[in-house]
Design a protein around this ligand. Structure first.
Ligand code: ADP
Ligand code: MG
Length: 444
């Protein structure tokens, strides 16, 4: 794609008027609403979430399509994502699959498009949605058509594997919306079947999968060929380092919306990192502190490997601790029994592996102990999210030994992201990792 240095006429991107019910919320009610929706929002001056469709100010045509879809209320990511996108802000949306991210960017997109000058012959799209696969392209395209009907907007899907010729023809006929896989869009632009001159609303959906599939270069190339004052939205199910870096490079002053238990550490969980000399000192630390922890609530102890979980559970039992064990090789009825005993507080301590602890939602867990560090930072986040549920406070301890310098770097970032204290000892350990050291000295 050649670089074009056209003059870009100014455009409007803020279409949001906060509803008075939302304006009237007290600061505490606002906190409660975000808690209820399990939302964590960061960035400069984020708009407040809405809690019903009435709060979005959509017109009757669009509401008609939404009602036809039998949506009665916005999902949590929509509650916060729509006000952010409608007010013209760049956004990073992190929420798990099935949470309704697609409509969160499509509805504001339609309103954005309707405010722009109509397409003229030869014009390219106003909105471009980039996603990793053909199936996803078709799915998003179908949603664009469904909701775009409200205003007779046209959508074209272009993806690898489909007919170049047919896609080119559809592009040349003109469409306000293009849903694409990255490589195929670039091919069409190179062949001049379309152009990106008029794009002012740019979405990258499932950015983490695009990275996994090796599309980083294409993604960046598309971003660099769209006018810099565009609105950009990035969606992902996780917020790994690479996504964070991409976001820093292609978004401007974004608002980050994390919905659910993934993506980022929870500020209701106080994280304490203990740096110990060796495996045996972890054992000493644990046996010294465990009784104290159980006196404030249930304790969940994470061990990475099944065999180590069994060993730790046995050793603790010999010390006289009452506990349960949960790992992936147990059958479902055994697991259910242990979980229900733990829930009923018949057993105060549960030793578990990550597979087994997926989805555990037990409000009485006050302490999580990462006896072994997690395989990666997403797993870590998931682990500590087992406490601090529903606005309750929790504490998560992470035991590190000098072997864990790689993980220490990720942990520093994770703690910083959740406004948690980073000790000098932890930073020193992280600094032993060359990659982390470099990233610090660059000032990033
Ligand atoms: P994600 O992109 O987060 O994985 P999708 O946008 O694909 O999720 O939405 C998942 C499903 O939820 C879809 O079938 C979609 O039609 C439906 N959906 C989206 N928003 C709502 C809503 N407000 N009410 C009910 N269903 C919804
Ligand atoms: Mg999606």
């Amino acid at each position: 794609m050649g670089h074009h240095h056209h003059h870009h006429p100014p455009f409007e991107k803020n279409f949001y008027n906060e509803h008075e019910e939302i304006t009237n919320l007290t600061p505490q009610q606002l906190i409660d609403l975000r808690h209820k929706l399990n939302l964590r929002v960061s960035g400069a001056a984020p708009p407040r979430p809405g809690s019903s469709f009435a709060h979005f100010g959509f017109d009757e045509q669009l509401m008609h399509q939404i009602r036809k879809s039998e949506y009665t209320q916005p999902t949590p990511i929509q509650c916060q994502g729509v006000p952010v996108a409608l007010s013209g802000r760049d956004m990073i949306g992190i929420a798990k699959t099935g949470s309704g991210k697609t409509a969160a960017f499509i509805w504001p997109m339609l309103i954005h498009i309707m405010d722009q000058k109509e397409l003229e012959p030869g014009d390219g799209p106003i909105a471009v949605i980039v996603c990793p696969t053909r199936e996803l392209c078709q799915q998003i395209h179908a949603e664009c058509k469904r909701f775009g009907k409200a205003y007779n907007l046209r959508s074209v899907a272009v993806y690898g594997g489909g007919s170049m010729w047919e896609q080119a023809k559809a592009l040349q006929e003109g469409a306000e919306i293009v849903v694409c896989t990255p490589g195929r869009l670039i091919d069409h632009v190179k062949k001049k079947a379309t152009n990106l001159q008029r794009v002012s609303y740019l979405v990258f959906d499932e950015a983490d999968r695009m990275f996994d599939m090796g599309f980083e270069y294409q993604v960046r190339s598309i971003a660099s060929h769209v006018r810099p004052d565009r609105q950009t939205l990035l969606f992902s199910a996780t917020f790994r380092k690479k996504i964070e870096k991409l976001a820093r490079d292609i978004l401007i002053d974004p608002i980050r919306v994390v919905q659910g238990d993934i993506g980022e550490a929870n500020e209701d969980v106080t994280q304490i990192v203990e740096i110990l000399h060796s495996g045996p000192s972890k054992w000493n630390w644990l046996t010294r502190r465990l009784v104290e922890f159980t006196s404030s609530g249930s304790v969940l102890l994470f061990v990475t490997k099944k065999a180590n979980a069994e060993e730790l559970a046995n050793n603790l039992k010999q010390e006289g601790h009452n506990l349960g064990l949960l790992h992936g090789d147990m059958d479902q009825s055994e697991r259910n029994k242990v979980i229900s005993d733990f829930k009923k507080k018949d057993i105060p301590v549960l030793v578990a592996t990550d597979v087994a602890a997926r989805g555990l939602d037990i409000p009485s867990i006050k302490t999580v102990i990462n006896y072994d560090v997690a395989r990666d930072i997403d797993t870590h986040t998931h682990r500590i999210g087992r406490t601090g549920r529903a606005g309750e406070k929790g504490v998560a301890y992470t035991l590190l030994t000098p072997k864990d310098s790689n993980f220490a770097g990720d942990l520093v970032r994770n703690l910083e992201g959740a406004n948690q204290h980073v000790s000098k000892e932890l930073l020193d350990l992280a600094m032993q990792n060359a990659w982390f050291r470099k990233s610090r000295f660059k000032g990033g």
